[in-house]
Every structure is written in C-alpha cells, then in structure tokens.
Design a protein around this ligand. Structure first.
Ligand code: DGL
Length: 271
C-alpha cells in the first residue's frame, strides 16, 4: 500500500520540473505530484521565514495528498529549510543543493563558479558547504536574478536570454572558472543557452540526475519503491493561477497537462 503512494515534489515555480523529468526517466513507474508555488515565486529574494513557512505548508499539503516522500526540487528552499523540516516530518525528504563537491573535484584551473539565487548564496548552509571546499578551490559565486523569470515566462531560449547569460557568465569565465554549477533548478532550462555562451571554456554541472538517483536509493532503502512495470502518473498543482501556469508547464513538460489549484494550503497535524 505504502509503495503505491505518490512522491511529492515542489519548487517556487516551474524550475523543479527539471528534477521531475530526471525522476520520471529514472523511476518511470512511480506516481508523482508536482507543486509549483507560483503565488510566492521567486523564493530567491524572499526572507528565510517565508521560505520556511511555505516549504512547511507545501509538505503538509503533499502529505495530505498521500505522498510517501517529498523532494524539495529547489536549492533555495533546501539550503534554508531542509534540516528543520526533516526534524519536523517523519517521511523522507530529499533536497538539492549546489554541487560544489563534483565541481571542486573536476576543476583543473582551481577556480569554480556557482550560479544561484541570492537567498541560496546568503544562507548559512551554503556558507558551510563552501567553507568545506574553499581550501581546495577558489569559489566564485554569482546571483542570477533574471534567470528565474526568463524560465517562468518561457523566454529562456532566445536572444534576450543569451544577452543576460553573457552578463552573468563572462565575469566567471574571465576569473578562470572551468566548472559552472547550476545552483538553481530553473537554470537547467537555460542549459542550451548557457552552453552556447560557455563554449568549451567550462564544464556545466547540473544536479537533476544525482537527485533522481538519491530519490531511487532512498525509496529502496525505506522499502518504498513501487517497482511495477506500469507507467506512473504525474499530477500538477499550483498555488497561483492555473490558466497561466498551465502554459509554462505544458511547454516545459512537452505534453498537454491539467493543473489543479491549491490556493489556501491547510496545515495538518504531523504528530
Ligand atoms: N528553483 C529554485 C532554486 O532551485 C528557486 C528559484 C526562485 O524561486 O528564486 O533555487
């Protein structure tokens, strides 16, 4: 029974779909519920308190929908809230954080670049992560405030996106970064444009596949994996206006889909 339950996945908006795609490819039989918190998007410039509260309310909502596991498909929410939420909820919670470790291990120049939101880069847990590797490599960081809205508005693959990407990436390349870490799930959708700007000067590191692998591992270790040959379902929810969100999700998911609205998230008792 537990094994049949869905996995809940959330982000501030459509960015977390990059993680949903990787999970769907790796464990296609699992049922998935995706929650896009578009009413509160972007998280990158919100306070830690708001991010904490939204993450908690969304996890409560996903548990109410019967989810057996939650994936925080958002670096900003993960680095700010995951420890607190793991101690609050009993279901397994998987998160995503900027992949500094593989970047540090792969770097030949000894300088790596991290692209992320302001709130991720300012978080305590990012500073902690950074300090683990700062003896080994020089870590350059860059906030990319325009990237999230480019993706939300489906402007992530045009001339404007190239210009904005150049502004963010050129300073990192001129500092000698040979590894560029996509420290925000929205940025995965800019991968083609980022690659066109970076060329062969740096390697781009995305975390969607490692997160999907971790989800698979955790399901198996908790004996929660569905392991059937029947393809699972994917259900989409938003806290915002579904008529707007449906356009972005359908385009990025490359399928016609339905989006349900959950305007007021009702907290449930977790005791
Ligand atoms: N996609 C999210 C992340 O990985 C949040 C972006 C935002 O809402 O600012 O950090």
């Amino acid at each position: 029974m537990q094994r049949q339950k869905p996995i809940g996945i959330f982000d501030s908006g459509v960015g977390g779909l990059s993680i949903v795609s990787a999970i769907k490819r790796m464990i296609p039989d699992e049922n998935l519920i995706y929650f896009a918190d578009t009413e509160f998007s972007p998280y990158g410039n919100k306070s830690k308190e708001i991010i904490n509260q939204r993450s908690e309310d969304i996890i409560n909502f996903l548990i109410n929908q019967g989810c057996k596991m939650v994936v925080m498909a958002c670096n900003t929410a993960t680095v700010n809230s995951i420890s607190r939420l793991r101690s609050k909820f009993s279901i397994p919670i998987v998160g995503v954080e900027p992949a500094i470790k593989p970047a540090a291990l792969n770097s030949k120049t000894g300088t790596i670049g991290i692209l992320a939101t302001q709130q991720t880069l300012e978080s305590e847990s990012f500073h902690l992560l950074k300090s683990k590797y700062s003896q080994q490599v020089n870590i350059e960081t860059k906030t990319c405030p325009k990237f999230v809205s480019l993706v939300e508005n489906l402007n992530h693959n045009n001339e404007q996106a190239v210009k904005i990407t150049e502004q963010y990436i050129h300073p990192l390349l001129s500092k000698g970064c040979d590894q560029i870490v996509l420290g925000c799930t929205h940025f995965s959708f800019l991968n083609v444009v980022i690659k066109s700007v970076v060329g062969d000067k740096a390697n781009i590191i995305d975390t969607a596949i490692p997160v999907a692998m971790e989800v698979k591992r955790r399901l198996q270790s908790h004996n929660m994996d569905k392991s059937e040959s029947v393809i699972g379902t994917v259900e989409f929810w938003t806290s915002g206006d579904s008529t707007k969100v449906i356009k972005s999700i359908s385009k990025l998911w490359e399928q016609d889909i339905k989006v349900f609205e959950a305007k007021n998230l009702t907290p449930v008792s977790t005791n």
